[in-house]
Write a protein that binds this ligand. Structure first.
Ligand SMILES: Nc1ncnc2c1ncn2[C@@H]1O[C@H](COP(=O)(O)OP(=O)(O)O)[C@@H](O)[C@H]1O
Ligand SMILES: Cc1ncc(COP(=O)(O)O)c(N)n1
Length: 268
């Protein structure tokens, strides 16, 4: 069985972070492991509080996994602080995993900062250069390139600027723009639009986590970058189409395994 490791924050509400990542890995038939960077007290409505995990424990989690188990692909989500980003970067330097998918999580849907403002430079300098693929949404890309993004041309320029920070490939997600949620993949040479149709629902908690984990699982299963992204887009579309009306806020995506097996998306 192929394996994937998520390095991310815990979401007590189960819709985003580590919990979403492990559900997505399982739905793809991939064995999931976790390095927890922070614990959030969170539900579909809000992030109530955040406890960052001590850096020595983050380092120990990384070493415990990599010293013992073969890791086919890594996904990085919430890093919370500059020190955490530096600790994760040092461990990745040591173990050199084949694939690193970076979801540069910055702010929750409810507006809570999940990456401290002074951690953006550590993310840019230490983590982005190690990414096989980075998957920013529009507001995250705007922070990374220090410019606004409104048009498809802006999206292309942002992909080039983010690739210049050292990521091998960029998937700029268009979900936050008006109209259909079309994402743009730049693989270092070519642009490919990964088109979608907007689903009218408020249940979009964990969409970014779900997409990046599905890509990670597909890479772990041996798919090419473009196939991994295209299949993951089908997965997130189904996961939003069948999203769960749980809680009073933004409900979570649906990782129900039978759904994906029926749609023939589970690559084993
Ligand atoms: N309402 C929607 N209908 C269909 N697809 C969506 C919708 N919202 C987001 N997506 C897609 O879900 C994925 C996650 O995107 P996005 O919501 O932009 O990221 P994030 O959760 O990081 O803010 C992208 O592929 C995006 O195009
Ligand atoms: C622990 C944690 N990690 C990430 C997110 C972002 O969620 P989304 O995928 O909806 O942007 C979150 N709300 N909580």
């Amino acid at each position: 069985m192929k394996t994937a490791l998520t390095i991310a924050g815990s979401d007590s509400g189960g819709g985003a972070g580590i919990q979403a990542d492990l559900k997505a890995f399982s739905a793809h038939g991939v064995y999931g492991m976790s390095v927890i960077t922070a614990v959030t007290a969170q539900n579909t409505q809000e992030v109530r509080s955040v406890q960052n995990i001590e850096n020595s424990i983050i380092k120990d989690q990384m070493e415990a996994v990599f010293d013992d188990i073969c890791v086919d692909a890594v996904k990085i989500g919430m890093l919370s602080s500059a020190k955490t980003a530096e600790t994760v970067a040092a461990s990745l330097q040591k173990y050199q995993p084949a694939f690193v998918v970076l979801d540069p999580v910055m702010v929750s849907k409810g507006g809570h900062h999940l990456l401290q403002l002074d951690a953006v430079s550590a993310l840019k300098e230490k983590i982005i250069p190690m990414a096989t693929l980075i998957t920013p949404n529009i507001p995250e890309a705007e922070v990374l390139v220090m410019d606004t993004i409104h048009t498809p041309e802006d999206m292309m320029a942002a992909c080039l600027a983010i690739a210049a920070l050292g990521a091998k490939a960029v998937l700029l997600k268009g979900g936050h723009l008006h109209g259909d949620p079309n994402d743009l993949l730049f693989d270092g040479e070519n642009f490919t639009w990964i088109t979608g149709t907007r689903i009218h629902t408020k249940n979009t908690h964990g969409t970014g986590c779900t997409l990046s984990s599905a890509i990670t699982a597909n890479l772990a299963n041996g798919a090419s970058l473009i196939d991994s992204v295209q299949e993951a887009k089908k997965y997130i579309t189904l996961a939003i189409t069948h999203s769960l009306n749980l809680g009073k806020g933004y409900g979570p995506t649906n990782h129900f395994y039978e759904l994906y097996k029926k749609a023939d998306l589970v690559t084993k």
